[in-house]
Design a protein around this ligand. Structure first.
Ligand SMILES: [Zn+2]
Ligand SMILES: [Zn+2]
Length: 350
């Protein structure tokens, strides 16, 4: 059940019915352009186009397929622009559906690409073909210590390799830090560092128009994955919850997320997501207390998920494991659980 009011009924209906939303004019000079993600359940990423005196800036880009490129070009055309008019690509975070197409857009338009340094640092290890074996090996170790059965270890360790292909390796031209003013003419845009879903996730607040570009940090219905993985911070859930509090204080009229649909009540949605994690923490703490010495994997498989565990595809099962680990680590940092390291690590009540 949603606790927020959709800002666009048409967009919400498109999300709910499994359709594809229209290009929409959000405000004078501001457009929402859906870009297709056919391989994953999110279905599309919402790219925002901000009109400038001499062109257009976009928030996020979509991933690198011809279909995505063409949809973005068609959307820009509705707004009155060509791909060559793009002056800036503000990327909320490093994930392929947000960042993947940025390099190709720069090639045709000369736009600058902006990214937070904490995500920029991860680019090489994540997307460079020579480095990726190391990342898979680190993931394998993490899963081994989580107690993933030997038979599924390799399958799970390599489970996101498919998605990598939707990215062009493009170094950012500009590193955007917490609090930076973007200086786009006509826009009072300020970057807010919101780590958790990704170490360098950024939101952008527009105080004059009272808008928050929230990326994947705050969405209308889904909660973003916050997981421990080889490239995450040590305690990503703590970072994420702090970053939720950091955006909650903004007095905005509308939230412009990267998926689903735009909506009105930021504070209510933040409270709801915080409560969700509180419940998850309590559920996990209780599971560990009941078992007294349990692996992360066995904890994860015993939790309630949105569908039966056996029907969850392997890359989602890995995400579920790593998300459970993020909660275990959070509880450990609060001295509510303790870990006995090994292969696998075992978790006990504190
Ligand atoms: Zn993401
Ligand atoms: Zn996303």
């Amino acid at each position: 059940m949603s606790v927020v009011t959709p800002a666009s009924e048409a967009q919400r209906e498109a999300w709910r019915s499994g359709g594809f939303p229209e290009v929409e004019r959000v405000r004078p000079g501001l457009w929402s352009i859906p870009v297709p993600l056919p391989a994953i359940p999110l279905r599309y990423v919402l790219v925002y186009a901000l009109e400038l005196p001499d062109g257009v800036a976009i928030v996020d880009a979509g991933w690198n397929t011809d279909e995505a490129y063409d949809a973005l070009a068609a959307g820009l055309k509705v707004a009155g622009f060509e791909m060559t008019d793009v002056k800036a690509v503000l990327v909320t975070h490093i994930h392929p559906d947000h960042y993947g197409l940025a390099g190709r857009i720069r090639e045709v338009s000369g736009a600058w690409i902006g990214l937070h340094p904490a995500d920029s640092r991860l680019l090489r290890d994540r997307y460079d073909d020579d480095a990726v074996d190391t990342l898979v090996a680190q993931e394998r170790t993490l899963l081994l210590r989580s107690g993933v059965p030997q038979a599924t270890l390799d399958e799970l360790a390599g489970a996101s390799m498919m998605i990598r292909h939707y990215v062009t390796m493009a170094k950012p031209d500009r590193l955007i830090e917490d609090g930076d003013r973007l200086g786009l003419p006509g826009w009072d845009l300020q970057a807010i560092w919101t780590p958790g879903h990704s170490p360098g996730h950024l939101c952008f607040v527009e105080r004059e128009r009272r808008l928050l570009f929230s990326g994947d940090h705050v969405l209308a219905k889904i909660t973003p994955i916050v997981a421990v993985h080889p490239q995450s911070a040590p305690n990503p859930l703590a970072d994420y919850l702090d970053a939720l509090a950091a955006v909650r204080k903004f007095d905005v009229e509308e939230v412009l997320p990267a998926h689903e649909y735009r909506f009105l009540e930021l504070a209510e949605r933040v409270d709801h997501v915080m409560a969700h994690h509180e419940e998850r923490l309590a559920e996990i703490e209780a599971a560990v207390a009941a078992a007294g010495g349990i692996t992360c994997w066995d904890t994860a498989t015993g939790l309630t998920w949105s569908r039966p565990w056996e029907t969850i595809p392997s890359f989602m099962r890995r995400a579920a494991n790593n998300e459970t680990l993020a909660h275990l680590v959070w509880l450990e940092a609060r001295d509510r659980l303790r870990r006995v390291p090994g292969e696998p690590d075992l978790w006990y009540p504190a």
